[in-house]
Design a protein around this ligand. Structure first.
Ligand SMILES: NC(=O)c1ccc[n+]([C@@H]2O[C@H](COP(=O)([O-])OP(=O)(O)OC[C@H]3O[C@@H](n4cnc5c(N)ncnc54)[C@H](OP(=O)(O)O)[C@@H]3O)[C@@H](O)[C@H]2O)c1
Ligand SMILES: *[C@@H]1O[C@H](CO)[C@@H](O)[C@H](O)[C@H]1NC(C)=O
Ligand SMILES: *[C@@H]1O[C@H](CO)[C@@H](O)[C@H](O)[C@H]1NC(C)=O
Ligand SMILES: *[C@@H]1O[C@H](CO)[C@@H](O)[C@H](O)[C@H]1NC(C)=O
Length: 351
């Protein structure tokens, strides 16, 4: 974003809420002509494998039972989404497999009842691996819409290129067929825009080679440790907007995997930049993604952090600072899903 639009943003877009004064996030233009807000609240509760250490003993009984996944509480996500909308978020990222679409829907519908227009909100959800056959896509989206209590989502993503049956074995369904189902969902008006998540360049190219509609969005992991410059350049060239998940990477000591590369939250270079702009280190991490042209998806269930994470549109990082932060890129992936390494559609490097 250039200086001019920041100043413009500062002038005309102050959002006044009870206690905070933050600059409203801008939007980006999608290749289908629609607009997408430049930051989204994440709603995946995460993974507590290391804390609970049950991964090796836990028997998988359904596709939901990811190793040590955090089980959703009754209404914690509902609160988070409510706080987020109050703080100015207009984009919520969720997924069928997170099992909290109902909570997202309750919060969103309450805010709509209070006067926020449906058209002002941008709701993203994702198709799980067990509904990749073409004819199962629309019914899966209808299930998500029923949980969300909505008539349509703004963006529907294929969560992974990997296809599985609900018992976990691989389905032979080709993601080209899945994408045809997505196109059908869009034609029916159930999803206003469609895109993919965790696809690599070749997999996107294959959609295009088959003369299918171009995805509006690619959602992938992007953070200091995994900046993906060539994938970002590819998406820019194809006019595909990138949403960056796990935006904090290994920033927090308690979340960082053993052996994961720096930076951590007390990194001197980050602390210095944060002090200069009177921001926090997590805010610098998110702003850096904005400078890369990426839509960050920070997840938090904590009101103060939800408010902090959206307060990143009143400053920008100098080129010199951006170049310094580029050095943290170690091509280190946090979410590898190595359990799917033997799928023909596994999207990441296999080493
Ligand atoms: N497409 C995909 O396959 C995929 C994969 C992974 C994630 N995602 C999406 O991306 C979202 C974000 O990724 P993620 O959940 O893996 O990780 P993340 O957003 O990078 O990190 C979440 C963690 O950071 C903490 N946190 C957030 N803001 C903070 C702040 N300002 N200061 C200190 N700590 C802070 C949160 O704590 P508290 O909650 O306790 O505040 C939580 O522990 C997900 O929720 C999901 O929507 C998509
Ligand atoms: C998990 O528990 C097993 C046995 O109880 C132990 O050998 C292993 O080191 C633990 N792993 C972690 C990551 O704590
Ligand atoms: C898993 O489900 C599929 C589809 O229903 C079925 O064909 C396959 O035999 C099942 N595999 C196992 C190991 O249960
Ligand atoms: C959950 O965390 C464990 C340990 O850090 C990791 O091995 C596993 O891949 C993670 N699962 C997901 C889905 O990220």
């Amino acid at each position: 974003m250039d200086r001019f639009s920041i100043i413009l943003g500062l002038f005309c877009c102050f959002t006044l809420t009870a206690s905070l004064r933050i600059v409203k996030p801008p939007t980006k233009k999608l290749n289908d002509g629609r607009e997408i807000p430049a930051i989204a609240l994440g709603t995946w509760l995460g993974n507590n494998t290391r804390e609970k250490n049950i991964s090796k003993t836990c028997k998988i009984t359904s596709h939901f039972s990811q190793h040590g996944r955090v089980e959703p509480g009754q209404d914690e996500v509902e609160h988070a989404v409510t706080w987020a909308i109050n703080a100015g978020y207009r984009h919520i990222d969720t997924a069928y497999v997170y099992q909290i679409e109902d909570q997202v829907g309750r919060a969103v519908n309450k805010k709509i009842a209070e006067g926020i227009k449906r058209e002002e909100l941008f709701i993203t959800t994702k198709l799980w691996n067990d509904a990749h056959a073409k004819d199962t896509v629309v019914p899966a989206l209808r299930r998500s819409l029923a949980s969300l209590g909505l008539d349509y989502v703004d963006l529907y993503l294929i969560h992974w290129p990997v296809a599985q049956f609900s018992n976990g074995t691989y389905d032979t369904a080709d993601y080209l067929e899945t994408w045809r189902g997505m196109i059908e969902a869009k034609k029916l008006g159930l999803a206003r825009s469609i895109g993919v998540s965790n696809f690599n360049e070749k997999q996107i190219d294959r959609l295009l080679e088959n003369k299918l509609e171009i995805p509006a969005v690619l959602q992938v992991e992007i953070n200091f440790n995994l900046q993906q410059p060539s994938l970002l350049a590819y998406c820019k060239q194809k006019n595909i907007v990138v949403m960056g998940y796990t935006p904090f990477g290994s920033l927090f000591y308690h979340k960082a995997r053993p052996g994961s590369p720096p930076p951590r939250i007390d990194d001197p270079a980050l602390v210095e930049i944060a002090a200069k702009y009177r921001k926090t280190v997590p805010q610098i991490a998110l702003r850096y993604l904005v400078e890369l042209g990426v839509i960050p998806i920070p997840k938090s269930l904590t009101k103060s952090r939800i408010e902090q994470n959206i307060d990143i549109f009143d400053f920008y990082l100098e080129l010199e600072e951006q170049n310094k932060l580029k050095d943290f890129d170690k091509n280190y992936r946090t979410i590898k899903q190595e359990k799917w390494l033997d799928s023909p559609y596994y999207p990441f490097e296999r080493n």
